[in-house]
Design a protein. Sequence first.
Length: 323
Amino acid sequence: MNEDTRKMLLTGLVGILIGAAIGLFIGWYLWPVQWIDATPAELRTDLQQDYMRMTIDSFRVNGDANLAAYRYSLLGEDAAAALAAVAPSEDPNVLAAFEQAIASVPVVTPAPTPIQGPTGNRSLFGSILIALGVIAILAVIAGAVYYLFRSGRSGERSVASQASEFSRSVQKTDYAAMGEEPPIAQFVTTYMLGDDLFDDSFSVDSPAGEFLGECGVGISETIGVGDPKRVTAFEVWIFDKNDIQTVTKVLMSPHAFNDPGMRAKLESKGELIELVPGKQVVLETATLQLSATVADIQFGEGPLPPQSFFGRMTLELAIWTKA
C-alpha cells in the first residue's frame, strides 16, 4: 500500500470516528430522542392483543364502562382488529357487555401529561465533563493524524515525495543558451528504489495551450524477488494526437541489456537502450520529437549482480514540434 492510499484510508477512518463521536454526543446526550406519551397503538400486533385481553379482564372485574372505552380507544385504528382476534377466547357474556360499553360510552381522551426528558436532571457539571471527554477524544484522534501525516522527520516521507523533491532540485538544460531552439515542454522525473508504483506522465501542450499529446516514464521490468521491487528496465513513451500509435523505447540496466533472456522478453515493447549516465534517447512521432536525457543515475547494491537494478534514476524530457 503506497502512502497516498494509506492517507486516503486513514482520512476516511478518522472522518468516521470524528463523525461517530460528534453524533453520539449530540444524539445521545445533548438532544436525545425522548419517547413520551406513547399509546398502545405503537405496540406490535401480538402485544396489542395482550393489551386487549387485559382491558376486557379489567372491565370484568371493575365494570367501569368509561375506563373500558377509554382503554379501547387507545389502540386507535387497530382496536377493532385486536378485539376480533381475542374474541374467540373470551367469555361470551363478558365480551358482549364489553362491546356494549365501548359502543355506548363516548370517549374523551385526556390531554397528555408532559414527562420530564432524560436530560432534565443532568447537572451542568456533568454536561461539562461529557463535553470535555468528547474534546479529549477528538484531540487524541487529531494527534494521531498529525503523527501519521507529518513529513518533517527523516524516513517518514514517502519515496515518491523524496523523488519529486529531487526532481525539483535538478537544473533543466538551457537549450536557448546552447544556441538551440528551446523545447515547447520540459519535464524532470525521478525514480527511487521503493517507489513500486512509479509511473510518471505529462501533458504536452503548444505555447497557445492546445493539447498535442502526452509523454511519460514507467516501470517496464523488475529483477529478483521480495520488496521493494528492484527495477531493471523502464519504458519511456510519447503519444501524439496526430499519430496512430504511441512510440516506446525500453531503457535497461547494463546487466539486463547484456542478458539475452531479458532482451528477448522486452524487445517486443520497443527499441532496447542501455541506460548509462548522460545517455540521450530520442523518440519521434508524426509531429513531435522527445529527447530523454539521463540527468542522474545510481545502481542499487545487494545480492543481485552489479548494475542490475536502479537505486535512483532521473530523466529530463524535452519535447519539440516537428516542422
